[in-house]
Design a protein around this ligand. Sequence first.
Ligand code: ADP
Ligand code: MG
Length: 687
Amino acid sequence: AKEEALRLLPARKLLPVWAGKDAILEGIEKNDTVIVLADTGSGKTTQIPQFLVRSNIPCEAPRIVCTQPRRVAATSLAQRVSTEMGQHLGGLVGYTVRFDDRTSRGTRLKYATDGALLAEMLGDRDLEAYDVVVLDEAHERSLRTDMLMGFLKDIQRRRKDKYRAWKAAQASAKGKGRAQENGEAAPPASNGRPAVEERDPTELKIVVMSATIDAKRFSEFFDDAPVLYVQGRQHKVTVLYSAEPQPDYLDAALKTIFQIHKTYPPGAVLVFLPGQDEIESLASSIQAYLPDMEKTLPSKGSLLVTPLYAKLPPAEQAKAFAPAPPNTRKVILATNIAETSVTIPGVKFVVDCGLAKEKRYHAGTGIESLVTESISQSSAKQRAGRAGRESDGFCFRLYPEQVFNSLDKRSQPEIQRVSLTFALLHLLAAGQTDVFEFHFMDRPDKDSILFALLTLHGLDALDKQGRITSVGRQMASLPLDPVYARVLLASFAEGCPREIVDLVSLLGSKDQLLINTAATRDLAHAARQKFVHRRGDHLLLLNILRAFEELDERDERKAWCRDNFVSYKTMLAVLDARKQLRERVERLGLGEWSQSVGDEDEPVLNALVGGLFANTALRQEDGTYRHTLTKQVVAIHPSSTLHNKKAPAILYDELVLTTKTYARGVSSIEPTQIRSKAPSMFAKTMR
Ligand code: ADP
Ligand code: MG
């Protein structure tokens, strides 16, 4: 491990942030909060937290947490940084993400998702487990990072007051000659995190790190905190536009990739696409044309296609970072995950379709869906910049320059695009009494706040005065979206908590669980027919888990997974998530835990309606489904086992907006189930 760390050191020292190391440490030492601004790939995320571990700011042995909007970034960065420091993961350097924790007593630097850090606040209101909080990727303006920013301002003030009071008390105690020297380090706590109560109070340092030039707003938000600019080493990137708009951008991307391969020098190609479906589709067309291309361009070598999206299993993701074999050009097909949060070595060409899949919430209807939308100019620039990390590069925009000029300058912060039920429930659980008073960097609109409050009231999380209820507190303490937290609570009354814990653990990884590549889709479909349940996708998932658990031997289970196109690794992750969730549920004492309904379906569906009543649609006489409340037409997604089947009413996990509004993760229910489970205010509008 030490040798590997030594081997990496020279390259690290060449990263731009190393030139600014002293200035950065001095800035952090002298100020409560600093903003660090540097191009992607400068070494912000991997190096600056390491500098801090080795410093003594603001105390002898500072404990540092660095937040990431994405789970994969948190885990892979922790791995990378522990390698750089010559340590094993989970020792000095660790990570915490939902359902997975790799930290120990000795952990001093932790990468955590912004959501995991928010969850810690419920048990450690002032984040006293840390001396420095590094908010990374602040420019992404993720909902949870924005929430942390709001909380941290108050936390910093409270910690300062507490620290000063403690200092004053110490001084006066010394003055009276009763001073007790206490130079020993506090013993670590048994929960894996450094002891909170046994350490002397410290002030909290905040470091906000951002990749784009819009640092002014962060500085203003944190009372004019100083901005440290790190000069990057961006090489020249030549941007080329398509002459015409490209409605079939996947085809345009395919042609561009082959054109690059034919006429440009070696170097990896990074292609930005909206989502997994588009990535898989382009990957299979490249494979289809590859033999022809190899025949016509034998001297050019081959192409290696590696997908990269958040839900891809880690082992597959690692392939995108690994060097290509000799005489082979790597083509990485990525979502906007590759825009700023991870850096792939060797990229010289970027192909940008100009689109991204984003969650968007319609304030009028309260419906949240995944929508493919045009990116902002600032995203397009970030994407182009990825081609110039190591040498001069090229960016091919699959849209005309006029289109670029018409794009929004900046992306809209997530808090203004998504449902606020999670955010508001969390604010209230963390002790904020008036959500309208919270320090948001960009305030969400009033209607969205009101709608979220109404939804939370419908979920029994808030009383009529908008105060959090005991149900609401229980929901906030579960590591689940409020809707699924409510489903879990409802399952106790239905006698099926075990089934629902199984189900929500499965839902957490469902996109990685079933292997559906273009090549094996039909085989997989046939193999999994035996698990299909007439009531739909939720019970199908439970059937798959049950069949898996009937086998005892590891080898049997692995073979079973292969035969049924189920990811064995993901299944292990599901079991692990379930274990953690079970422990949490038991600890919270939410109800009689050991109940199980065996093969009965109705209780499971009833529990689902108990939280998902706003995700339901009724079949009309003409055969379409309409949303129960808004009457909007909803179609069943082709990936659902209920596609082309008739159900009197449906319940779904999410909506995806493409050519139609599609429901994904669908179960068939009875309209009476909605009426009896939905809260009265919703039931009224249903008739
Ligand atoms: P920033 O946060 O400023 O975007 P990072 O600290 O993430 O920069 O990355 C700095 C450099 O470290 C990158 O340019 C890349 O070369 C290298 N690097 C980061 N993560 C990895 C990894 N997992 N594998 C190999 N190299 C990496
Ligand atoms: Mg970074």
